[in-house]
Write a protein that binds this ligand. Sequence first.
Ligand SMILES: Cc1cc2nc3c(=O)[nH]c(=O)nc-3n(C[C@H](O)[C@H](O)[C@H](O)COP(=O)(O)O)c2cc1C
Length: 360
Amino acid sequence: MNENDINKRKLDHLKIPIEFDVQHSENYFKYIKLMHHSLPEVNFEDIDLTTKFFNKQISAPICIAAITGGHEISKEINRILATAAESEKIIMGVGSQRAGLEDLSTENSFKVVREVAPNIPLIGNIGIGQISEKNFNIENFNKCIDMIKADVMAIHFNALHELVQDKGNISYSLFRSNFQKIREKIKIPIIAKEVGTGISQGMASILENLGFNGFDVGGFGGTSFAAIESKRKNFINEKYSRDPAELFKDWGIPTPVSVINVRKVSNKNIIATGGLRTGADVAKSIAIGADIGGFAYNFLLTAWKDYQNKTNINTINEIKTIKRELRSCLWLMNLKNINELKNNINKRIILGKLYKWLNQ
Ligand SMILES: Cc1cc2nc3c(=O)[nH]c(=O)nc-3n(C[C@H](O)[C@H](O)[C@H](O)COP(=O)(O)O)c2cc1C
C-alpha cells in the first residue's frame, strides 16, 4: 500500500463512522445492571475517582481510545483530543503509527499529542501486521515510542479488519519471534489491543505468556471495522459473489464477555473498549473486572464537531459528562472510590444473553 492509499484510508476511517451507522447490531452492556443502594451516605463530591494507570495518576479511569494519526486533519483531531485529555487528566491512545513510520511528513500528526499533553499517560500504537513483517526492525518500534514519548505501547490485533480490506496484511507467522525481540529490548509496558472483535480467555493467557503487560479487549458491541470496510466498498474482487466485510460485520466476542474472561486468567491492566457510550458503561466495566473504560466513537464525534468549530469544548464536556455519570453510579451504590467497585460481584447482576454466553 502506498502513502496516498494509507492517507485516503485514514480519512475514510474517520468519516465513515460519523456519516453512517457502522455500529455492531447489539451492545451487551445492557445485560449488566448495577446494584442500587437506597440510602447513599457517601458525600457525592467526596467520591474519589482517581486511579493509577501503570505508574501515572489520573483523575478517573477513562481513556480516549486509539482513533487517528497520519493525516493533516488527524493532526488537528489529535490536538483537540490531547488538549482535552491533558486538561481533564485522563489517558489517551493515538491511532496506528504506521503512517508516521512510512511517511515522515505525517509524524507531526502524532507528535502534536505529546506537545500539548506533557503529563498524561499516552499509549502508542502499531499493528500485528507491522510486527509480523519479514523486514521488521525494532528501531521502528523505538521510533513509535519516541514520536509521542509513549508511556505504554499498544500492539493492535486487527485480523478481521485486515482480512476484509483491500491489500490487508493477513500473514502473522513471524509475529511471535519478532515480538520476542521487542520484549527483550523494550522496557516500557506493552498491551495487546483488539479493535472490535474481543480477546478470548485462551488468547489472554497466550499473550500474557508472550510478555504482554495488559490488555485493551476492544470487543464486539461498538464500532465495527468490517462495517466500515463494507461502506468503503473497496474489496472489488470479481472472483466472489458476496462482500466479505458485510458477512463479518457482526463477528466478535462481546466486550463484557471479554473483560470477564480475560480477568479470570490475568491480574494485569485491562482497558475495556468496544461499545462503551456512557460513564455507567465505565462503572459496569470496572464492576466486571476492567481497570479503565475506553471510548473511540464518542470522542470521534465530539472531536469532529470541535474540529469544525475550532474549539475543544465538546470533547471536554464529554469527558466531564462521563466522569459525572460514573460518579453518579458510585453514589447510587454508596461506594467511596473506584477500588470498592473493582471486580465486585456483589455490585453487579448479569442478565439475559450475556449470562447465557458466560455460562455455556
Ligand atoms: C475512526 C476509528 C479509528 C480507529 N483506529 C484505530 C487504530 O489506529 N488503532 C487501534 O488500535 N484501534 C483503532 N480504533 C479502534 C478503537 O480504539 C476501539 O477499540 C474501537 O473503536 C471500539 O471502541 P468504540 O466502540 O468506542 O468505537 C479505531 C476506531 C475508530 C472509530
